[in-house]
Design a protein around this ligand. Structure first.
Ligand code: GDP
Ligand code: IMO
Ligand code: MG
Length: 424
């Protein structure tokens, strides 16, 4: 005790990695429970930047146990690259443990992600092409390959042969693509298994025991609420449950373990990939936010779409995650923008007003945001050392977001570094 969950409240990239890294200084265990290397979590410490995709954002602390739970989909090649990169920078990765139940992203998953996106043409989802959707499809189809299989060469070879044959058939017959040489895949993935076997351990048991021993646990959400397969902007979503509730099934712990749920938001909104974005700014202000905020994807480098803060979606996140607190990052990016707008509700084509995020895109499509204005600020706040010392307009803006979202703002980010956080 306590066990804290950190989740994204918008469309991802809210600065979850930074918040986890800060809170991990007071924790002994950090757990990833869903998603895969579609995530890109940035941690900045003393000017050193680390971009993490699969490795939990507690890895910079040498004694913190970093766990990858059963609900994660794991690309072993990418993970090994990430581990090598960290080790080259003097970061120990010996405390990383991976649950045997985690599903493995195989090369055909990545191939099929790309092929199905191309096949969709203009109706593509804009995925990260990391094979995430196809890996979760196989998990639920009950033909996936898991971490346990990866580290057992005989089982792995058998599964690669049977699954690979079917995948090759789909790739060639449906998409006209090139088949995989299954013997080469067996050789390559057996080597990955041998390298990663030292990291395999039961994450459900490790987490349960850490909790019983009174250790502090951080669950690190990847993606975000509006990318949730059920509660996001379906079908422009990812294939897992980034919600707080996803943590329990993705780790193998009961909901009673959880003591605190923190939602991370930006002081504005961004989205990478396709799909609806009611408060999107396709103008100079949007460009300024993108350039000043460095809004380019951590995983794919794509420019992020930018827009005003949308209290409708964050209210939705407060409800579906049961948030206890909000952390609002990147307030510093809004300096000098002029008058700020906040979306408080949506207006439907018939003139009626809705305050809750609609369930279907067709309903959302006709909606326009209803804005209220807030006075902006020009000061450089990046070196401010307490919330009370922020310019009055910053404090008013945060107080307004807090009121509109119905959740206390406990942390405010004023820069990318570990030190640039104001706690309340
Ligand atoms: P995540 O996926 O939620 O972990 O977020 P990303 O790392 O993909 O994107 C957040 C970006 O914003 C990263 O480049 C962070 O270094 C940066 N960042 C986080 N918090 C702040 C902040 O308060 N101010 C500024 N200027 N940058 C921040
Ligand atoms: P973090 O953890 C932002 C988006 C993709 C695409 C959709 C589906 O860094 O916040 P997928 O590859 O998951 O099938 O793509 O989801 N997406 C993210 N957007 N941040 C992320 O992670 C994302 N992970 C997936 O851009 O729109
Ligand atoms: Mg990210």
């Amino acid at each position: 005790m306590p066990a804290n969950i950190v989740v994204g409240t918008q469309w991802g990239d809210e600065g979850k990695g930074k918040i986890i890294d800060i809170l991990a200084s007071r924790a002994q265990v950090v757990v990833r429970s869903q998603g895969g290397n579609n995530a890109g979590h940035t941690v900045v410490n003393n000017g050193e930047t680390y971009k993490l995709h699969l490795v939990p954002s507690g890895i910079l602390y040498p004694n913190t146990l970093c766990l990858i739970g059963a609900g994660v989909v794991l690309d072993p090649k990418d993970l090994i690259g990430e581990l090598d990169g960290l080790q080259q920078r003097g970061i120990s990765t010996k405390n990383l443990k991976i649950d045997p139940r985690a599903h493995i992203v195989m090369p055909w998953h990545i191939e099929l992600d790309g092929l199905s996106e191309s096949f969709r043409g203009n109706s593509d989802i804009g995925t990260t092409k990391r094979g995430i959707g196809p890996t979760y499809m196989d998990k639920y189809e009950r033909c996936g390959i898991r971490m346990f299989d990866l580290v057992h060469p005989d089982i792995l070879a058998e599964k690669i042969k049977s699954t690979g044959m079917l995948k090759n058939k789909i790739i060639t017959a449906v998409y006209g693509g090139k088949p995989f040489d299954l013997d080469a895949v067996i050789k390559e993935y057996t080597a990955y298994g041998q390298r990663l076997s030292q990291h395999m351990d039961d994450v459900s048991v490790l987490t349960f025991e850490a909790d019983k021993a009174g250790k502090t646990i951080m669950f690190e959400g990847a993606q975000a609420t509006l990318l949730d397969i059920d509660f996001g902007t379906y079908p422009y979503v990812t294939s897992s449950h980034p919600l707080s509730a996803g943590v329990c099934v993705g780790t193998g712990v009961g909901p009673r373990m959880i003591s605190n749920i923190i939602g991370v938001a930006k002081a504005y909104t961004t989205r990478v990939g396709k799909g609806p974005f009611p408060t999107e700014l396709n103008d100079e202000i949007g460009d300024t936010i993108r350039n000043v905020g460095g809004e380019f994807g951590t995983t794919t480098g794509r420019p992020r779409r930018t827009g005003w803060f949308d209290a409708v979606i964050v209210r939705h996140s407060v409800r579906v995650n049961g948030l206890d607190a909000l952390a609002i990052n990147k307030l510093d990016t809004l300096a000098g923008i002029g008058t700020l707008k906040i979306c408080v509700a949506y207006k439907k084509p018939d003139g009626s007003v809705i305050e809750n995020f609609p369930a279907a895109l067709e309903e959302l499509a006709g909606c326009t945001p209803i804005y209220e204005e807030a006075d902006g600020f020009n000061e450089d706040i990046s070196k401010c050392d307490s919330f009370d010392k922020l310019p009055e307009n910053c404090k008013k803006y945060i107080a307004r977001l807090e009121k509109l979202c119905g959740c206390p703002v406990k942390m405010v980010g004023i820069g990318p570094d570990r030190s640039q956080i104001l706690e309340r």
